[in-house]
Design a protein around this ligand. Structure first.
Ligand code: KPL
Length: 306
């Protein structure tokens, strides 16, 4: 299968390595165009991977049978909208990122049938050190259709599962996306607020409960079943325990003064809440707290670059 992977950070490189191992024809797509680049992963499916990978080839993109997007949520719409005109009409797009709401920002021409868009939620752990990707935790990728055209692409789950197990197909990815959004609404801003690892959040049960209860109100109105208030709370506590040693992605973004995904995590939650006439004081406070942190260094960066 011919594939383009847009976004070549640690998760993008895991997919490139796994899919190349399975003899798929894979190219990377980099923000700053390059003819090729090195992918070095330790290790993928038990085997070290080191290969030079083709990048940014327009004809490859035109013939791709899958565009796999592994970008931060705030990078998705600009990058994907720029590539859509070059894709064949039946090339599905799989978006793997934290948060929700990127689908609304894509420019999808209606003709003849709407392009298939799928969502992926990944729990693998990986980070880059000295040009090498370390695959620190095996996980699962949940994928499913974001629009009706995408319902016929269930076969992708098996192909992706061969490359980077486990992959599970869900006809209702919406519920799983909301569960992950709830996890991220609680863990990500709170780890920045308390300056701690995920596991240390267990010292603040009341704060967790408050954020979680507000998220639950929105999920209830959205009709996200089969979640009960206590199931949601238990699910979040389980995730905190399973990722206890992690520094959340938002903690790391703030630490290294990068733009965070808050607009697609708590920001998305607040947009849905306001549509439903709900007020979420604790999530709003956390949203403003992260925006203020981000504003401090975004402002300095803009100032310096100008
Ligand atoms: O998705 C995550 C993140 O850090 O963005 C969690 C699940 C919170 C793990 O750290």
């Amino acid at each position: 299968m011919k594939i383009t992977v847009l976004g070549c950070g640690s998760i993008g490189k895991l997919w490139i390595a796994g899919l190349t191992q399975q003899a798929h024809e894979v190219q990377g797509w980099l923000r700053i165009p390059q003819p090729d680049f090195d992918v070095n992963v330790d290790s993928i499916n038990g085997i070290p991977f080191q290969q030079r990978i083709i990048a940014n080839q327009k004809t490859w993109l035109q013939h791709s049978e899958l565009l796999l997007v592994c970008l931060k949520s705030w990078q998705v719409s600009d990058a994907v909208n720029a590539l859509i005109p070059h894709l064949s009409a039946d090339c599905p797009i799989l978006l793997i990122h934290n948060g929700m709401g990127t689908l609304d920002e894509l420019t999808l021409p209606e003709t003849p049938t709407k392009r298939a868009i799928l969502q992926g939620i990944i729990t693998h752990g990986a980070y880059q050190q000295d040009q090498k990707v370390l695959h620190t935790a095996e996980g699962i990728t949940h994928i499913g259709p974001l629009n009706t055209t995408a319902r016929q692409y269930g076969y992708l789950a098996e192909i992706l599962h061969q490359a980077l197990p486990d992959v599970a197909w869900h006809n209702d990815i919406h519920t799983i996306s909301w569960l992950k959004l709830a996890v991220n609404c609680v863990i990500n801003p709170l780890t920045v607020f308390y300056q701690c690892r995920n596991g240390d959040l267990l010292k603040y049960p009341e704060h967790i409960q408050k954020v979680c209860d507000e998220v639950y109100q929105v999920m209830e109105r959205e009709g996200v079943i089969p979640t009960s208030r206590s199931h949601l709370h238990g699910y979040i506590i389980d995730t905190i325990e399973q990722t206890a040693n992690n520094y959340s992605s938002m903690y790391q973004d703030v630490k290294y003064q990068r733009h965070t995904e808050i607009d697609y995590i708590t920001g998305y939650l607040l947009r849905r809440a306001s549509e439903q006439g709900l007020v979420l004081p604790e999530n709003k406070r956390l949203f403003q707290f992260i925006k203020q942190k981000e504003g401090n260094y975004d402002h300095i960066r803009t100032h310096l670059s100008s």
